[in-house]
Ligand binder design. Structure first.
Ligand SMILES: Nc1nc2c(ncn2[C@@H]2O[C@H](COP(=O)(O)OP(=O)(O)OP(=O)(O)O)[C@@H](O)[C@H]2O)c(=O)[nH]1
Ligand SMILES: [Mg+2]
Length: 344
């Protein structure tokens, strides 16, 4: 049966970093060098030994390049969301990288064949040794030239492999909003998520997922890092991860506002980000005013007024993620919005 790929699948394909690979090649070559080779003449013995050593170098390199290629193909099969996260973290394009690995494999093949020829025509022990030295040097420098890209690939694959798996048949509800508005508190209340709640902005640095059953509808709630009110260019990686989650992942977005006296950000800043979120999510955005347990009524009314006037958002749910107040209404709004958009 066809199995939907998940980020964890990447773990089986994570290649070695260049320095580890070179070390591994060195060990293998020494082992072969110490092994006995039977032949009448000294030259033939050295040729055979060098040939075996070169073969080992080539095999190790080719298998690691293939592994990298396989990892990239697996990553691409995970879908747009993970590909975008990969690009964001590494600044590398997976499709382009696959091509680069393929061409490196061809170069490794070519070096090996040229060397095999030189080796077969070598006329002395020292010449055979010299051919091996030169050829293995060329193969190692092929690896060294791609070290920075390759090591970035390895690190990024490790990071993506730790990300949550979200299956395609689950509805995705992303919780968005500026830092400290109560996103993690909410996701922990309405789903199985265990997202860290803290008293400082950017408590949540990664994307946290919790499952939930909404009257039999399987859904996941996704807690993303808070997005600041700053132009996209200035956004840091954590914030950009959040926006990517919105663009590629969300069937529905719950945008949380905090207009309580202790909120970290002004209503204006929160409305500016909401405007961007509405641009991405349109009708799929549900707005909730959180912390109503500690917010004066006039602040709540003021926020509602601006939401209607500036963004034409009339349906706003008042909640307290901490006390649970209004959460049932919020869930009902989520359900009816999902139904409206054809999910059931
Ligand atoms: N009074 C009150 N406090 C709340 C409520 N919801 C959350 N908080 C508090 O607000 C603070 C921030 O909550 P979090 O859930 O960590 O906020 P967040 O949006 O996930 O924050 P980041 O991960 O930093 O973006 C914590 O101290 C919570 O206890 C609420 O409904 N009422
Ligand atoms: Mg959080």
């Amino acid at each position: 049966m066809f199995k939907v790929p998940i980020p964890e699948d990447l773990r089986a394909h994570i290649p070695r970093k260049v320095s580890e690979l070179i070390e591994f090649i060195g060990r293998r070559v020494r082992e072969i060098g110490m092994g006995s080779v039977k032949h009448r003449s000294d030259v033939a013995r050295e040729r055979l030994r060098s040939f075996r050593k070169l073969g080992a170098v080539q095999n190790i390199i080719l298998s690691e390049l293939s592994k990298s290629e396989k990892a990239l193909v697996t990553l691409i099969s995970l879908g747009d969301f993970y590909v975008e996260v990969f690009k964001l973290i590494s600044d590398l394009d997976p499709t382009e990288l696959v091509k680069r690995y393929k061409s490196r494999k061809l170069i490794a093949h070519r070096i090996f064949h040229e060397c095999r020829k030189d080796l077969s025509t070598s006329e002395s022990v020292s010449e055979a040794k010299e051919v091996f030295r030169k050829c293995s040097g060329r193969m190692i420098s092929l690896l060294k030239r791609m070290a920075s890209t390759h090591n970035t690939l390895v690190n990024t694959l490790i990071e993506v492999s730790k990300m949550p798996a979200v299956s395609t048949d689950e509805l995705k509800v992303v919780i968005a909003g500026l830092p400290q508005v109560g996103k993690s508190t909410l996701v922990n209340k309405v789903s199985t998520a265990k997202s860290k709640v803290g008293a400082h902005p950017f408590t949540t640095k990664d994307i946290v997922v919790g499952h939930s059953a909404l009257n039999g509808v399987r859904a996941v709630f996704i807690d993303v890092p808070g997005v600041l009110d700053r132009p996209i260019i200035e956004r840091n990686v954590v914030e950009r991860k959040a926006l990517i989650a919105l663009r590629h992942l969300a069937d529905l977005i719950i945008y949380i506002l905090d207009v309580s006296p202790n909120s970290y950000y002004t209503l204006r800043e929160q409305l500016n980000v909401l405007r961007e979120v509405v641009e991405v999510g349109g009708e799929r955005v549900v707005v909730a005013i959180n912390k109503v347990d500690v917010t004066p009524r006039d602040k709540i009314e003021e926020a509602k007024e601006y939401l209607l006037k500036e963004l034409n958002l009339g349906e706003v749910v008042e909640i307290s993620a901490l006390s649970g107040l209004g959460l049932e209404r919020l869930i009902n709004e989520v359900k009816s919005r999902l139904l409206k958009h054809g999910f059931s």
